[in-house]
Design a protein around this ligand. Structure first.
Ligand code: 5AD
Ligand code: SF4
Length: 452
């Protein structure tokens, strides 16, 4: 057992930690797990850096913009660190893994750089700094991340994210993830099931399984298990209402999995399956391993087997050499598929990736214009699709009070629509029917069928 550090700076009685997370859902879950560990060590979470004994940033490297934000936050801490040198500043996660030692050179007031596979050792690393001084680097790559989850630590009582695999072997040409998160490693079905059962016993109703490339879940495990096998096992858990999973890669998405989804009652009718581009020549240079026709056929197959399935996607605009014609093909794909929602990103070259060897030849203005065009197109599609829901009854899992209007409740449909409606507080955590009477592109509004 590690002794607990006992910070007494500024006369505070407790050890306090400020934690900010950037990037994807997996990062948010890693943050939850890290905070769970620190809480077990007696740390108290505070919401301002200047009230903290330890300031930690869990970082993202997917685009330059995310890294710039962290460096600017770190820069802003220089003065605080000068006044209170005993405060520990740490950089965790993808940027820590990628930039390593060079973070100390650029930001000498940073005490800790802790990579993507080391955060389970966070309490021990913090203690090291306290006992032996600053500049602790922990970015080993051969560590298997294994954090015992505190089931009580999750942002919404009725929902939880569960990591089922980490890393990615796909090496899409633009993507830094395989370099900072390492090769794919899956957890066993027994391990995941135990965690989900513990969450359900603690009141959780919905789980979202996380993996950078979740369709290849099971690769490397003995017995040839697949994501379908995992979903089938979890579907049997009493008290669990809904199962979701992200993120799907079209090339690794099997038709068998689509048929499995269609027969499992708890698996929601929703897929986040990024297309990235509607142009075959761009997809080839992105090394995505499929063509646009293959993607279209896959969506048709999913819609045939799961009639009301909603599909979300990611797109990158301004990939090196993307012509107007390539971009128009992306527009066409979006118009034809009519996605539930899309995340649109401007291409950002990442040193070390294959695509970084190509010239980043599109001016930022062109990237921005293409980004805006796709955002607007998706907004109008979402609004049109949501309008079709007016007058219909939808079933939601109620999450609790709405963030935008605390007098109302908020929940989600199985297809992942956000629904805001009037209803009694004791519906939280339950399934409720809602009649939709108003919509925006992002939200459905309504009331319970019995309400006048
Ligand atoms: N530039 C822009 N967007 C990127 N993504 C991944 N790498 C890059 C990059 N270098 C996007 C992809 C992915 C999402 C998580 O981030 O669309 O699906
Ligand atoms: Fe990155 Fe491609 Fe792996 Fe997704 S599938 S994490 S985009 S390398």
């Amino acid at each position: 057992m590690i002794d607990s550090p006992n910070f007494t700076n500024k006369g505070r009685q407790y050890k306090t930690v400020f934690f900010e997370t950037f990037g994807c859902q997996m990062n948010k879950l890693d943050a939850e797990l890290s905070l769970g560990l620190l809480q077990e060590e007696g740390y108290r979470i505070v919401d301002k850096p200047d009230a903290a004994d330890v300031i930690l940033f869990n970082t993202c490297s997917v685009r330059q913009h995310a890294e710039d934000k962290v460096y600017s936050h770190l820069g802003a801490l220089k003065m605080l660190k000068k006044k209170h040198p005993e405060v520990i500043v740490g950089v965790l996660g993808c940027m820590a893994q990628k930039d390593g030692e060079s973070i100390f050179k650029r930001m000498p007031h940073v005490d800790l750089v802790c990579g993507t596979r080391m955060f389970s050792r966070l309490p021990e690393l913090l203690l090291n700094i306290k006992n032996h001084g600053s500049h602790v680097l922990a970015v080993e790559e051969d560590q298997i991340v294994n954090v015992k989850r505190a089931v009580t630590y999750r942002p919404n009582f009725y929902q939880a994210f569960v990591t089922v695999m980490r890393g990615c072997d796909n090496f899409c040409s633009y993507c830094i993830v395989p370099y900072v998160r390492g090769r794919e490693i899956s957890r066993t079905i027994a391990d995941v099931k135990e965690e989900v059962q513990a969450l359900v016993s603690n009141g959780c109703k919905e789980v979202t399984l996380l993996g950078q490339n979740i369709n290849s879940y099971g690769k490397g495990l003995t017995g040839g298990v697949t994501l379908g096998d995992l979903l089938s096992e979890l579907n049997d858990i009493d008290g669990l209402e809904r199962i979701r999973f992200v993120t799907s890669h079209p090339a690794d998405m099997s038709r068998d999995l689509i048929r499995t989804m269609s027969r499992l009652s708890k698996v929601c009718e929703h897929l986040h399956m990024p297309a990235q581009s509607g142009s075959d020549s761009i997809l080839k240079r992105m090394r995505r391993g499929y063509t646009v026709d293959y993607y279209r056929d896959l969506i048709s197959y999913a819609r045939e087997w799961i009639p009301h399935i909603s599909i979300a996607s990611d797109f990158i605009v301004g990939f090196p050499g993307e012509t107007d014609g390539d971009f128009q093909e992306t527009v066409r794909l979006m118009e034809d598929i009519r996605f539930h929602n899309c995340f649109i990103f401007k291409y950002s070259p990442r040193t070390g990736t294959k695509a970084a060897e190509l010239e980043d030849d599109l001016p930022d203005g062109v990237k921005r214009a293409r980004n805006m065009k796709l955002l607007e197109l998706q907004k109008s599609i979402s609004l049109e699709e949501n309008r079709k829901m007016i007058g219909k009854k939808v079933q939601v899992l109620v999450e609790g009070a709405s963030k935008s209007d605390p007098n109302k409740l908020s929940g989600r449909t199985r297809q992942n629509h956000i629904v805001v409606f009037r209803g009694s507080r004791d519906l939280a955590g339950k399934l409720a029917d809602v009649m939709v009477d108003e919509v925006t592109d992002l939200t459905l509004y309504g009331k319970q069928p019995s309400c006048s």
